[in-house]
Design a protein around this ligand. Structure first.
Ligand SMILES: [Zn+2]
Length: 445
């Protein structure tokens, strides 16, 4: 069992920490400082052959402090022009550190403002071309202007895609009816049904075979983006039972009542707000040995833990990944028996031991830099899962699962910290867990 192809957010965490350190030295404003985005509206005309795109974006934001004279977003390689703030031209500077809009008049705390601009170019990352289309993966703020490293800022997302006739699309939330447009293009309109962190925005366009299955916890949609005419029902045969298992453990059905898995080439494994990218090589590898399977359960677990209940900052990223990793073990216990659960946790223990052998071990909510992505994962994914298992052993079945449900329901649609998780588990169990959380999560500092 491997997580080598797992979610990419940890890459950005390292980048964020390096960027923050650099920003602190230069006293440069950090993306998202002083405001919260409420709504992103993006209209794009992507070139499926080259991934070049052009379009417009509208951002509705609210200032969270007085004297806000710079609105900084994550950097990207797009060219921006014709920018306005509340209808008035606004200066914009796009540098390696970020995209900064400078209003003529500073915003006061609580002020709302609407940014509009046009954009064009080839994103440096975050869009992958396949044989019959393209899909985005993780780096949303490379193909639009947004806040990649502010998971605590959840916003609504509207996406209009202008695509050639005959091309299908996948976006976040619900699709409105298609509208014919000029030049043989068709307008695809996707609207989020709840607010999500920007790192979870995404879309895909191409020629996709599709199947859909109705279940009591929501509709499951399977899309084939490989162009190889795979048997989708067979490829995704585990999905229905995993969805029912996870919905039971979360205490609520699929958050959007609909969840799409897009099968793509190679070993991709990435969650987006209401869909996931599933790499066919990873899935095929698992099919040789079903008890080694993780990708469908892990990415689907993020529908609740990660996407619906999101770490308030990357410092608490273990809440997303540790719980998702634990849920794979819990599902295996249900599907293959207790030894499969133990095997999964022993794998996590081995990864943690390897990190320790290299001289590295930190509490789960540690905010410093990690020496490598593998070691970061050994802590946030593996040690995170081991801690959740430890809580299960300490609290017992009933209190533990009540705590998980309580945490999930209380923070549904919102963000959460390690303290929030502690409070939910303490309330469900009636136990003081402060020393346990100090040992595993916070450390002595
Ligand atoms: Zn993950």
């Amino acid at each position: 069992m491997t997580l080598m192809a797992g979610c990419r957010a940890a890459v950005a965490v390292a980048t964020l920490l390096a960027a923050r350190a650099a920003a602190a030295q230069a006293s440069a404003p950090v993306a998202g400082d002083g405001f919260e985005v409420e709504h992103y509206e993006v209209a794009l005309r992507p070139d499926l052959a080259t991934t070049a795109l052009s379009g417009t974006e509208t951002i509705v934001l609210k200032s969270t402090r007085n004297g806000l004279d710079r609105l900084v977003f994550s950097p990207n390689a797009l060219r921006l022009r014709d920018a306005t703030l509340d209808g008035q031209p606004v200066a914009v500077a796009s540098t390696f550190d970020g995209i900064a809009f400078s209003p003529a008049h500073a915003l006061g705390k609580g002020d709302r403002a609407t940014l509009r601009f046009q954009m064009s170019g080839v994103p440096a990352q975050g869009i992958v071309r396949t044989g019959n289309g393209l899909y985005t993966s993780y780096f949303a703020c490379d193909w639009m202007v947004c806040l990649q490293d502010r998971p605590g800022n959840k916003a609504h997302f509207s996406l209009d895609l202008y695509l050639p006739a005959g091309i299908a699309s996948l976006g976040i939330g619900r699709a409105l009816p298609l509208l014919p447009f000029s030049d043989g293009l068709v307008l695809h309109r996707w609207r989020s049904t709840r607010a999500y962190s920007a790192y979870l925005f995404g879309f895909a366009a191409g020629i996709f075979a599709q199947e859909a299955v109705g279940t009591s916890v929501g509709e499951l949609v399977y899309l084939d983006g490989t162009g190889r005419e795979r048997n989708l029902a067979e490829t995704f045969s585990q999905t229905r039972s995993i969805a029912q298992f996870l919905a039971d453990k979360a205490g609520m059905g699929l958050p959007d009542r609909r969840y799409t898995q897009l099968l793509v080439p190679k070993r991709e494994a990435q969650e987006a707000a209401t869909f996931s990218l599933i790499g066919e090589e990873e899935l095929d590898r698992e099919r040789q040995q079903p008890s080694n399977a993780w990708i469908i359960a892990h990415e689907m677990a993020h529908q609740w833990w990660g996407n619906l209940v999101t770490c308030a900052s990357w410092q608490d990223f273990w809440l997303n990944e540790g719980i998702a990793t634990f849920m794979v073990a819990a599902w295996k216990e249900r599907a293959f028996g207790p030894s499969a659960y133990q095997e999964e946790l022993e794998g996590a223990q081995r990864r943690l031991e390897r990190a320790r052998a290299s001289g590295f071990d930190k509490p789960l909510a540690w905010s410093g830099a990690y020496p490598s992505l593998g070691i970061r994962r050994a802590i946030q994914y593996s040690k995170g899962a081991l801690f959740v298992d430890h809580l299960r052993n300490v609290l017992g079945e009933e209190a533990f699962w009540n705590g998980i449900r309580r945490f999930t329901r209380e923070h549904a649609g919102k963000t959460a910290t390690s303290q929030d998780f502690q409070v939910a588990m303490e309330k469900a169990s009636g136990s003081d867990l402060s020393s346990l959380f100090r040992e595993w999560v916070y450390g002595d500092s």
